[in-house]
Design a protein. Structure first.
Length: 191
C-alpha cells in the first residue's frame, strides 16, 4: 500500500493553477485547507497571493509566447509584429485571463504591468531574446537598444490588451499590431 503523498510547494502551485484556469479566485486560506497545511506553511512555499498569481500567470504566458513564436511567419520586423499580435490575441481569447482581469482589475494590472511582480520583467526579457535573434541574423535594424525596444513593445501590448482597465476603452489587439509595426519601421497599416 503506497503512502499518501504529502503536500508540497509544487502541489500547491498545481492546485492553484487549476483553480485559476477554471476561473476560480485563489484564496490562500482555501488553498491551505485543500492542502491540509496552515497558511504560514503555504506562504513559506509560494510567497504571497500576488507572488503565486504572478507565477501562475507566467506559467501560462510563457508557453503562449512560445506558441506564438512557433507559428510566426517571415523574418525581421514582420516576424516580431506577427509574434506579438498572435501572443496578444491568444491572451485576449483566454477565458481564464479575461475572468481574472474582470474579477481583480487593480491586482491584475499590478501583477502584469508593474515592477511589483516579475511577469512584466520576464516578458520583456523573452521579447528581447526574440529581437536579438532577428538582429543577430541581420533581419532587424532596431530603432532603439534591444532591451528598450522590448520594453516598449510589451508596454504597447499591455496598453491595448488592458485598455478596458486603463482607459475604459475596449481592448484592441489590431491597434497594438499597428503600433508595433509603426515602431519597427512598417507602415502601421491594419492587416
Amino acid at each position: 500500500m503506497a503512502a499518501e503523498r504529502r503536500p508540497d510547494p509544487l502541489t500547491a502551485f498545481r492546485i492553484a493553477r487549476r483553480w485559476f484556469t477554471s476561473g476560480r479566485r485563489i484564496e490562500m486560506q482555501e488553498l491551505a485547507a485543500e492542502l491540509g497545511v496552515n497558511r504560514a506553511t503555504l506562504f513559506r512555499w509560494v510567497g504571497s497571493r500576488d507572488d503565486l498569481l504572478a507565477e501562475i500567470l507566467w506559467s501560462l504566458a510563457e508557453p503562449t509566447l512560445a506558441l506564438a513564436v512557433d507559428g510566426a511567419a517571415d523574418r525581421g520586423a514582420p516576424r516580431i509584429v506577427d509574434i506579438m499580435d498572435r501572443f496578444a490575441a491568444m491572451l485576449d481569447q483566454a477565458d481564464y485571463f479575461r475572468a481574472f482581469l474582470r474579477r481583480e482589475p487593480e491586482r491584475a494590472l499590478r501583477i502584469l504591468s508593474t515592477r511589483a511582480s516579475a511577469v512584466q520583467q520576464r516578458l520583456v526579457a523573452a521579447v528581447e531574446t526574440i529581437l536579438r535573434e532577428e538582429i543577430t541574423h541581420g533581419q532587424l535594424k532596431p530603432p532603439l537598444p534591444p532591451h528598450d525596444l522590448a520594453y516598449l513593445i510589451v508596454r504597447i501590448v499591455e496598453s491595448f490588451l488592458y485598455a478596458d482597465l486603463i482607459t475604459g476603452e475596449q481592448p484592441d489587439i489590431a491597434k497594438a499590431k499597428q503600433a508595433i509595426s509603426a515602431l519597427l519601421g512598417g507602415d502601421g497599416a491594419a492587416a
